[in-house]
Ligand binder design. Structure first.
Ligand code: ATP
Ligand code: MG
Length: 553
């Protein structure tokens, strides 16, 4: 089980107190996703928190699908969520579905009616809104509020039997229409929806509301600490009311924490689904998505995500985390392990005119300059190479130390070359550059005659393998969301994906899906799990090599 860092936080302190005081002998947490989309990095925060907390104190964590809204839910999402939780490195104790408790929930609704704590209401949604009042004005009692227990039981039964259309009736808790907390103003606890449920099929046409269902689910499972995000803080009195009035045997405690927000990222499943449905991305696992599936396909590792979640911590105050912090953790994780290689993403041919035609030689290049034990690999060098187009300028700008006519640079792991000629097509585009090399300057030969300021990478034109490289930028241009009057779809970055056809050294031949490489000067790359084949390798850039981001430790 994965638990790198158990950084302290206020929820952990509550758990420690509860164990020390004897309130609980064992703690049980749960991760309760609604299967209406794929999990995202925000969910990862909640997953790490729930699983690591229970794990640290030898407790248990359930994976429970909160599937009370059939219209939006699907088994595709159930399967993806299971896969993502496992991939992150966690094992649940029990796999459960809220829908398995629908019978109990129905009985509890009947119990509330019998206690005079719930009633069937016929107000239309508009009327109900009107009756609810506002933050400053108290609500008004529904004219249906004082129906008899018998009538309420009968109407609920007939709701269940499908006698009424969607929206015609609801079951409401009878609490307090003048409560300063709007959630307590006779909230709806059951509604009619004639729809097929992914788990219960057409058995039910009434479904419990989240605020009624969730505390019951927690109590049935004996959850001790029910951890949720801050927007449920005002719902806590209702949570406690349901547990008490439904006479649940166990009393779970709801604790709220701040959800994770990331710069340049939308995180709600509703918005992520829109990106998928509008075809703006190529599915939930598009590497530009902040979903676990997207991050995995981009090349993130489970450890990098867990370490990120530990570092951001758990607090009560909302904040926005710089997405570069996530990038920091994948660099940390991959730097010691990623296989090194050279690739040219935007190729320009370089011909070494004084290197004998038909000849080639094998050079030894170190795999990891920071780690001798990573060894060396053999790279073939010959007369015709590819270099990066941006490593040549016909008219160099100031402080340009790479190739330009008359200038000399080192080819990584090979020789000094000096640019002697520029070949162009009819339109004046540079198609090839000619250089001479100095055989005395071979890397590792101890040559000290003169120095050059630039080292550039290359691949051998004859043996390099063609490959596709996908470079990413943030999908969302800034984090001003709808509240600034702009819909987030208007802030899509048109350059979020750049696809380049280049070459990579033959040592990576046969690279398998999800293998990670550090490509010299370009960054960390992952072999794409969907589109890469032996004949057409596709590399996704996970992250560039450097950033100005500093982690405050
Ligand atoms: P979204 O608003 O993104 O659709 P949700 O809260 O509706 O998310 P659920 O499937 O209900 O999604 O969430 C499952 C669990 O994950 C809940 O306990 C929820 O509080 C938590 N969670 C969701 N988003 C975040 C986030 N950004 N940061 C931390 N926890 C989150
Ligand atoms: Mg939700």
């Amino acid at each position: 089980m994965a638990n790198e860092i158990n950084s302290s936080n206020f929820i952990r302190n509550i758990v420690i107190d509860d164990l020390e005081s004897g309130k609980h002998k064992e703690i049980i947490t749960r991760f309760p996703p609604e299967p209406n989309g794929y999990l995202h990095i925000g969910h990862a925060k909640s997953i790490c928190l729930n699983f690591q907390l229970a794990d640290e104190f030898n407790g248990k964590t359930n994976l429970r699908f909160d599937d009370t809204n059939p219209i939006k839910e699907d088994t595709e999402y159930v399967e993806s969520i299971k896969e993502d939780v496992k991939w992150l490195g966690f094992d649940w104790d029990e796999l459960l579905f809220a829908s398995n408790y629908f019978d109990i929930m129905y009985e509890k609704a009947q119990l509330l009616i019998k206690k005079g704590k719930a009633y069937v209401c016929d107000l239309t949604p508009e009327e109900m809104k009107d009756y609810r009042g506002s933050l400053t004005a108290p609500g008004k009692e529904s004219p249906y509020r004082n129906r008899s227990v018998e009538e309420n039981l009968d109407l609920l039964e007939r709701m269940k039997n499908g006698e009424f259309e969607d929206g015609k009736k609801v079951l409401r808790a009878k609490i307090d229409m003048s409560s300063p907390n709007i959630n307590m103003r006779d909230p709806i606890i059951y509604r009619i929806s004639h729809s097929v449920h992914h788990n219960t099929g057409d058995k039910w046409c009434i479904y419990p509301m989240y605020d009624f269902a969730h505390p019951i689910e927690d109590a049935i499972e004996g959850i001790t600490h029910s951890i949720c995000t801050l927007e449920f803080e005002d719902h806590r009195p209702l949570y406690d009311w349901v547990v008490k009035e439904c006479e649940m045997e166990s009393t779970p405690r709801q604790i709220e924490f701040a959800r994770l927000n990331l710069t340049n990222t939308v995180m709600s499943k509703r918005k992520l689904k829109l990106l998928v449905d509008e075809g703006i991305v190529d599915g939930w696992d598009d590497p530009r998505m902040p979903t676990i599936a997207g991050l995995r396909r981009k090349g993130y590792t489970p450890a990098s995500i867990r370490n990120f979640c530990s570092a951001i911590g758990v607090a009560k105050a909302s904040s926005v985390v710089d997405e570069q912090m996530l990038e920091y953790f994948i660099r940390e994780d991959l730097n010691p392990t990623a296989t090194r290689a050279m690739a040219v993403l935007n190729p320009l041919k370089l011909v070494i005119t004084n290197y004998p035609e038909g000849q080639s030689e094998i050079l030894e290049i170190e795999n990891n300059p920071n780690d001798e034990s990573a060894g060396t690999r053999q790279v073939e060098f010959s007369r015709e190479l590819y270099i990066e187009r941006e490593d040549f300028m016909e008219v160099p700008v100031k402080k340009y130390f790479r190739l330009f006519p008359g200038n000399e640079v080192r080819l990584k792991g090979a020789y000094f070359v000096k640019c002697t000629d520029v070949i162009k097509d009819e339109e004046g585009n540079v198609t090839e550059i000619h250089c001479t090399y100095d055989p005395e300057t071979k890397s590792g030969s101890g040559f000290t005659g003169r120095k050059v300021k630039g080292t550039i990478h290359w691949v051998n034109a004859k043996t390099a393998i063609p490959a596709e490289f996908r470079l990413y930028e943030p999908l969302i241009l800034d984090d001003v969301e709808e509240n600034e009057g702009k819909h987030f779809l208007e802030q899509i970055n048109p350059n979020s994906l750049t696809t380049l056809k280049g070459f990579i050294e033959p040592s990576v031949k046969g690279a398998k899906a999800q293998e990670k490489y550090q490509l010299f000067r370009h960054g960390y790359f992952n072999v794409d799990s969907k589109d890469s084949t032996t004949d057409n390798l596709v590399f996704n850039r996970i992250v560039s090599l450097k950033s100005s981001f500093k982690l405050n430790k």
